[in-house]
Unconditional design. Structure first.
Length: 329
């Protein structure tokens, strides 16, 4: 702190005071030491710009009352699982019908076409085709190509041995077949197929068959020609020849079916002179027969009600009715 100046002593008032020598000037008082200046004041911060006034919030719209929640739908019952589909059975292999379906369709188409025209020959051929189809169906009825099946033996004659109509594939057999060639021809067809299209009759030989019967001409042998509609008696003679062939091979004769345009009726003269008719589907042992007669079906009444007859009269009656018969076995 600075020293205070000394105060001078006052002189007595009556006496003038001698001039006092000039008082020594007191050394100037030292200025009080300045306190170190405070640190320079930091410049005043610039005033922050006033923030823009926030826009006034729009008044909120009046709140609408919330809709009541809809009741939750009842859960639908889960559908019962569908049963797994059963596997489809494998299609059975188509049965071999011997070409019957194809022939039947073709014959029907040909007949329809012929009926719409004026060609009589085409119509005749179409009718023949339909008859062939019918013969195939009759063959099926006869059961010739059904292994293991026996023809009905009701009323069929037997001569002491079992006759059978079971002709199976693999065994040699002969069949009687009619064709239109050469004004009508009856054929004997040898085969191991077990059947023949359009067969009228058949037999399985018990005797050995020469190999050439199956090889020559594909197994086809002509029995008789010119046995068409204009030669009915020759047609029945052809039947008799086929039955005689069955006898020569010690075979049972199987009556399979008939040609619609000329149905045959077959009668046998038995060893005891009984007269027996062979029906379609019958298989008979002809080894001991005394005679065979083949007639047109309408003439079958020649033996109607006849149970027994001498063989000579039997043959004569068949010829009288336009058929054929003989005792030459």
């Amino acid at each position: 702190m600075a020293d205070t100046e000394p105060v001078a002593a006052e002189a007595p008032a009556e006496e003038p005071a001698a001039e006092a020598p000039p008082a020594e000037e007191a050394p100037p008082a030292e200025a009080p030491a300045e306190e170190p200046a405070a640190a320079e004041e930091a410049p005043a911060p610039e005033p922050e710009p006033e923030a823009a006034p926030e826009p006034e919030a729009e008044p909120e719209a009046a709140l609408e009352p919330e809709p009541e929640p809809e009741p939750a739908p009842e859960p639908e019952p889960e559908p019962e699982p569908e049963p797994a589909p059963e596997p489809e059975p494998e299609a059975a292999a188509p049965a071999d019908d011997g070409g019957f379906g194809v022939k039947a369709d073709a014959a029907l188409a040909a007949l329809k076409a012929a009926m719409g025209g004026t060609n009589s020959e085409a119509l005749r051929e179409a009718i023949a085709g339909m008859k062939e189809v019918q013969l195939m169906a009759e063959q099926k009825v006869g059961g010739l190509n059904m292994p293991g099946r026996r023809a009905s033996m009701l009323g069929a004659p037997t001569l002491g041995r079992q006759a059978t109509s079971s002709i199976s594939a693999g065994e040699t057999a002969a069949f009687l077949v009619f064709g239109d060639a050469s004004n009508g021809t009856l054929y004997m067809y040898w085969t191991t197929a077990g059947y023949a299209d359009g067969a009228l009759a058949g037999f399985v030989p018990r005797k050995k068959v020469p190999a050439f019967k199956l090889k020559e001409k594909g197994g086809w042998t002509e029995i008789i020609k010119d046995c068409g509609m204009m030669q009915p008696k020759r047609y029945y003679e052809g039947w008799q020849m086929f039955i005689k062939a069955a006898r020569s091979f010690e075979a049972d004769f199987n009556f399979i079916g008939n040609a619609p345009q000329r149905p045959a009726a077959i009668f046998l003269s038995m060893p005891n002179l009984d007269i027996k008719r062979v029906e379609i589907g019958d298989t008979v042992d002809v080894m001991g027969c005394k005679a065979v007669a083949v007639l047109h079906e309408p003439a079958a009444d020649a033996f109607k009600g006849v149970h027994s007859m001498k063989t000579e009269l039997f043959v004569a009656r068949a010829h009288e009715k336009g058929g054929t018969a003989n005792m030459d076995w």
